[in-house]
Write a protein that binds this ligand. Sequence first.
Ligand code: ATP
Ligand code: MG
Length: 741
Amino acid sequence: MSSVDDRRDVREGYRNGGATRSLNDSLEGEIQAFLIDEDQLYTYDDLTKVNPVTPATVLKCLQVRYSMKVFYTHAGCTLVALNPFQPIPDLYSLDVMKEYHYAHQPQEFKPHIFIVAEEAYRNVRGQLEPVNQSLVVSGESGAGKTWTSRCLMKYYATVASVSVVKSQDTVERIERRVLDSNPVMEAFGNACTLRNNNSSRFGKYIQLQLDRCQLLVGASVQTYLLEKTRVACQPANERNFHIFYQMMKGATDEQRKEWKMSHDQSFVWLPNSEKTIEEDCFHETVEAIVHLGINAERQGEIFRILAGILQLGNVSFSSSADESQPCHLDAKSKDFLQRAAELLCVPAEELQTCLRVRTLKAGKQSVLKPCSQAECSVRRDCLAKVIYAQLFEWLVTFINNSICADKSTWCNFIGVLDVYGFECFQTNNLEQLCINYANEKLQQHFVAHYLRAQQEEYVSEGLQWSFVKYQDNQSCLDLLEGSPISVFSLLNEESRLNRASDAKTFRVRLEKELCDNANISWDKFSKVPHFTVAHYAGKVGYQIEGMAEKNKDPVPPELISLLQKSNNQLLHQIFKDNETESQIKKGPGKTTVVSKFKNSLETLMKILHFTTPHYTRCIKPNPECKPLTFKKEEVIIQLEACGIVETIHISAAGFPIRIPFQSFLQRYALIAKHIKLGGHSVVLDLEADTCPQRHVEKILSVALKHRCLSEEHSTLVHCGRTKVFLTQVMLDLLEDQRKKI
Ligand code: ATP
Ligand code: MG
């Protein structure tokens, strides 16, 4: 296996600013030299069986399987899912779901996302006691996270509903609603980007709530960091959120009139409207909205707000010759502003003033100051962003109220986490910093849960174990969020100072305070002030300019007051008791973007910590999203970035099942008492011996002998100091014998 540093070099060679990637020569050579018969490689359902396990051999195995249209492969405790980029008939059909659900041992079936789903479902019941489960789906943009999450939700909505405890009617309604939350959240939170036509622009953790009979009785959703800037500013060749295009394309003539959008109307904030994508399906979104219980009146309010945002985007300002006078609006812009005001149900005059004039507080007195042309545009964008973000939040709350079961009716949950993958663009800003920080946290959880915990436990239990080197990302997390000084603390301080942000000064500050951390570096000759962070998945350069301002995320109070006056009931309600307002009162820097994001992630990590996690790593086999096209150089970076090779190493030689002695004795003591060896019953007097470890060893030895296996079968089972470590094979063997009693 390559060392950590080797792997970093390989990655850096590929990642090259997220643009071109070429396969390193030595790795290509290693692949050529890998002489296993390709026919055989196809049969490796688990990458832990590939020998030797190297990035090259793992890559080859996946490539061969992909060419044979096999998209799922185990990697020990992780499932690797390769995106086929085309619908695969019958891969997710009802019959397939049933096959996995009713299987005696689903693990013996072909690798599939339904194995993960079923394993989690059975785990909830728990061998010993019920345990909540988390399904963590990760991967880069377009890898298939949302698709996978949807598959998981459909699986549970199907298999967890067949029982008859509740009236069929109730059961159907709740499942339908849970599934309907997907198209609604995707319409409002997804957009067509260069990487994915249906890219999620927010993170999502959905908890599927199960009752005592393991029926799906409800769900709750938590969302993270919606990319609200997209409402007012779409990157080149990308689009705004789907819902706007859906409205444009799917509205009836009557609706068009109401929303003041004619057929030939063009909107600045709706670029690339001509592009036809599958997600432009207004009818389906409305149907799902109806099922969720949003009444016609509310729907009307929602769409009028969205139409108002579009009109606002067409308002432009030209600077006034006299600086003491507000910016000028031409006739067309005045018209758009008038329409925006009507749709948002706010007084047009006041809207105009709010966008063009700032109120400065000097003691008890207020001074009015005309805004520059650029400031006017910032205020316009800010208004659109704050409305959209709050509307999205309202929608999520509504969905939760509609699908969340009463606490008394559910006792366990299966959580599905679909968060944005690691991002590295030509220019990276606060959004990428937050997203990559989230990925660092998840990687740490993964490392802690599977790698470190597994190895440390073996050592503490006295098992013979050779350590596998793994990349610990604690120092990167210390750099980003550590105390007392970190990138986040310095950024918050910069935002709090509320001075005209100076990127150069901030860069110098970072350099001075954080020079001891090896994960941060600077290119002194770069013209644009930036800092580079060595993430576990590669190096990313972050632009400093504008970062502190973005972190403050300021909303002029005049805009909030205006929205509070709206006659649109929904808008009025959203801003009536608004968090943004209390944030303004607390002062800048108190609730910054990074502080809020860090808090919500901490809550998530706590939840994950108390659940049994299952990891699915989605892989995007080519950047063009072409069907059945496997580009080695793309795949290897992703495998490296998520530590698949280390995972395989540990899982292959490991004992994934561990049971404390007492629980083991409770469940399996009978085996030893009832087993006959050579025609004679073996009688174990467990009471006579008070050492639980010896009891366990006796049971194991009897069970192994019964199967004519050597007592020293250390590849199947190990007895530690307080618990037994088993492979799946050994567990099956014990369970079989137990059932025969
Ligand atoms: P982002 O981070 O941008 O949200 P993502 O990882 O959620 O990306 P998806 O939207 O789930 O990516 O997948 C991208 C596209 O790939 C889907 O729209 C679909 O066309 C295709 N796809 C993904 N998984 C599968 C699959 N198992 N079978 C067929 N097509 C798939
Ligand atoms: Mg997605």
